[in-house]
Design a protein around this ligand. Structure first.
Ligand code: TYM
Length: 331
């Protein structure tokens, strides 16, 4: 069986972008592959969470993983900071990651633009830590959304450089994976760009949002005065709403509103109502399971402990072999 690794940063509630970009694939893949799904709490440190927030957010993601259907009997679920071997491999990989290429990464440039007062070195080397996450289990498939594509390319670069430096073929090449035709990019509700927390709460639909909240957010989503000429391409905010409908609604629902749009007969009120109801249908079972799982601290502890054990077993084997390749010898 091929090995799969993926993680989600613990920075708060998970949203539809995380679900359709990543989690939905996680759940499906666990039947076919040897899967490791972790909670990227070390990556969340770039934005300096308080100790209480850090723990609460890790717990939140763990609950959401389980509620979405990741099964600890099938997959290894662990918390990144519980597996310190990852940070050791990160250090080794940092030795052949070049500052120039890290500075040129699109996500780093975005972060610098978004928060010029907090350009810490952890942000710069973020893709190296991510490569360590993947290479530590010698994974070949990484289920992620479109926004992570460049990071996967960097992970391949760092793994290949290590192989070349130590004259080995130790690390296999990891590739982004999805069961969909293309890597998924779920748009937000603000009319521009992807769904993401940094764009504000009104831009995202969380898996834990109550039906009323979902309806309100969708009704407020950016739209326009409606089409006036038949069969024209859609402006970005409208295309985004259609793209959202494409991920949550049935194909004939989408086709119905596409046809209305093309005939200039669409009523955005009806369209948004349908979109909101389909989002509610998609998320309600997850939200309900979250409430049950969140109340069971003993279960969460057990899952984290088992995952830690299995995660470390795999990771320590890699680190042992990597040390050997690098030339560390004990006296
Ligand atoms: P993060 O925490 O930002 O997002 C987690 C996953 O959700 C996907 N995603 C989206 N997909 C489609 N549309 C969206 N609007 C959207 N928003 C988020 C992301 O593509 C991702 O798959 N660096 C990673 C976490 C990470 C990781 C790893 C992933 C750390 N180490 C190793 C894979 C392997 C990140 O920040 O994702």
């Amino acid at each position: 069986k091929e090995t799969v690794v993926s993680g989600i940063r613990s920075t708060g509630k998970l949203h539809l972008g995380n679900y359709y970009g990543a989690l939905k694939n996680f759940v499906q893949m666990q039947h076919d592959y040897n899967c490791f799904f972790f909670i990227a709490d070390l990556h969340s440190l770039t934005t300096h969470p308080t100790p209480a927030n850090l723990h609460g957010n890790v717990r939140q993601v763990l609950v959401e993983y389980l509620a979405c259907g990741i099964d600890p009997e099938l997959s290894t679920i662990y918390i990144q900071s519980d597996v310190p071997e990852v940070t050791e491999l990160y250090l080794y990989l940092n030795m052949n990651a070049y500052v120039g290429e890290l500075e040129r990464s699109a996500s780093f440039k975005d972060k610098v633009r978004g928060n010029p007062d907090n350009v810490n070195a952890g942000l710069l080397t973020y893709p190296v830590l991510m490569a360590a996450d993947i290479l530590i289990h010698k994974a070949t498939k990484v289920p992620v959304g479109k926004d992570q594509e460049q990071h996967l390319e960097m992970a391949r670069t760092f793994g290949n450089r290590f192989n070349r430096l130590y004259n080995s073929d130790y690390f296999p090449e990891p590739f982004a994976f999805t069961y969909a035709t293309n890597l998924v990019k779920v748009p937000g509700l603000d009319g521009k760009g992807k769904m993401g927390k940094s764009e504000g709460e009104g831009n995202v639909i969380n898996l834990s949002d109550e039906p009323e909240v979902i309806r309100k957010k969708v009704m407020r989503a950016v739209s326009d005065g409606g089409p006036t000429v038949e069969n024209q391409p859609k402006p970005e905010p409208i295309q985004n709403l259609f793209d959202l409908m494409k991920v949550v609604s049935a194909p004939d629902t989408l086709a119905h509103f596409e046809a209305l749009y093309n005939q200039c007969a669409i009523r955005y009120g009806d369209f948004k109502k349908q979109l909101a109801e389909d989002m509610i249908l998609a998320t309600a079972p997850i939200r309900e399971r979250m409430q049950v799982i969140a109340a069971d601290t003993d279960y969460l502890k057990k899952v984290a402990a088992i995952g830690r054990e299995k995660g470390r077993e795999s990771a320590s084997k890699t680190v042992r072999e990597v040390r050997e390749l690098i030339g560390f010898r004990s006296f």
